[in-house]
Ligand binder design. Sequence first.
Ligand code: NIG
Ligand code: FE
Length: 455
Amino acid sequence: MSLRLIEGGRGHTDAPGLLIHGASQVVTMAGGLRRGAAQGDLAMLDAADVGGPGAPGAPVVACWEGKIVGVGPRDSVEAGLEAHGYSLSRFVRLDADGGVVTPGLVDPHTHLLFAGSRERELVLRQQGAGYMDILAAGGGILSTVAATRHADAETLAAHGRRWLDEMLRHGVTTIEAKSGYGLDLPTELRLLDVAYELGREGPIDIVPTFLGAHAVPAEFRSRPDGTEAYVRSVIEEQLPGVAAQGRARSCDVFCEEGVFTADQSRRILRAAAAYGLAIRLHADELAPSGGAELAAELGALSADHLHVPSDAGLAAMAASASGPTPTVATLLPATTWFLMTDEAAPARRFINAGVPVALGTDFNPGTSPAPNLPLVMTIACLEMKLSPAEALAAVTINAAFAAGVGAEAGSLEPGKLADVVIWRAADVGQLPYWVGADLVDVVVKRGRVVHRRGA
Ligand code: NIG
Ligand code: FE
C-alpha cells in the first residue's frame, strides 16, 4: 500500500497534523539557494541554546495535511497554531528522541531505471581498461541499453521500487531520474513513463529527465555519419515524442569528448527548451568539453559532474551565479571514487567563485552503483573538502533547486512539503562522520511517516 498523500490531505481525516518535537537540532535550510560563504549556512535551531530538547522553547516542526505550517520554538509554534485556528489535539506527536531533524534529502542526479548490472567492468577497470574504451568497444552504457530494451515496464518498475526503497532508508524523499538506457523512442518513453508512475505511487517524488543523448546506439554507430544522424533523430523524432508524452520535466545530454560535442549538445538542448523542458548537462566529466560554458550560456538548471571544467567554463558559471537563477554545479563524488580517479572535482573553486554546489549519487550501473546519498556527503567531505554543513546544504536546498523543485522541497519552511528526516545523531556534524552507517531513524514524506528504523 502506498503511504503517499496526493495533493495534501487525503488520508489525513483522523489526524491531519504532525508535530515533531524532542530534537537536539532542527536544520531548517530556510532562506533559498546557498552559494559562496553561505554554502554551509544551515539556518539551524539548536535545543542546546534554550535548555535542551524538552524545554518549552526547543525547536519543533509542525505539519498539516502534508505541508509544513510552523518551525520554531515549541511554545510559540503551538500558540501560533492555536491562534490560527488549528486544534492541537489534531496533531500526532512524533518524538525525535534527541536526534537531529533535517529536511528530506533530494538526490538531483540518478539514472534510476535500467536492466542488468555491470560488475565485470569493475574488474576490467582494475586491470587498466578505461571507461571510454569499454564504451567504444560496445560495452558500458551500450550493454545496459541492450538489456534495458528487452525489459518491460513491470520489470523496470520492480527494479525501480527496489532501489527507491533503499534510497528512502537513507533519508531521500525526492529524486531526479533520467532515461537514457533506451536510445530509441519506444524505450525512452517507457523509461520516462515508469519513472513518472513510480513518482505517483510514492512515497518518493520523482522528477523525470529525458536523456536520449546519453550515447550513440549500436544501430547508428555502423554509419559513417552515425553521431550526427543520431543527434538529428533525438531532435526530430525522440524530442517530439517525449514532449507529446508529457512525462519528462527536463532534458539532459552527455556533453563529453567522444560522445556529444558542445555544438551537438547545444542543438539538442535548445530544441528541448523550445518544448518547455528545463535543461541540464553531464558536463566535463572526463575531459574539458565545453560543458560548463554551455550550461551557463543556456541558463541550465544544473551542470553535473564538472570534474575537469576549463577555467573559462568555471568563470562562465561564476558569472551566471550572481543572477537570480544560477546554474547549480551538481558534483558526483561517488562516481569519481568508483572510477578510481585520482583527483576530485574542484568543489572549493566553485564555492569560492560563488557557484551553488549540490551533490548527487549519479546512481547507475556503470560508474556509481551507489544509492546512499549520506555516503556521498562523506565522500564529498573527504575528497572535495566540503564541510559537513556545506555537504548537507548540497543534498537538501541546493539539490532541490538543481532538480527543479526548489519552491517545494529542500528546506523546512512553512508552505513547503512536510518532508523530514530524524537522524540517530545528536549533532549535525555526525551525519557524514559515521562512514557508511545507517543513521536514519524516521522518514516523513508529505506529512506521513513512511520509514521507521527496524519497522
Ligand atoms: O553519469 N557519464 C555518463 N553517464 C553515467 C554513466 C552511465 C553508465 O556508465 O551506465 C554517468 O556517469
Ligand atoms: Fe550521470
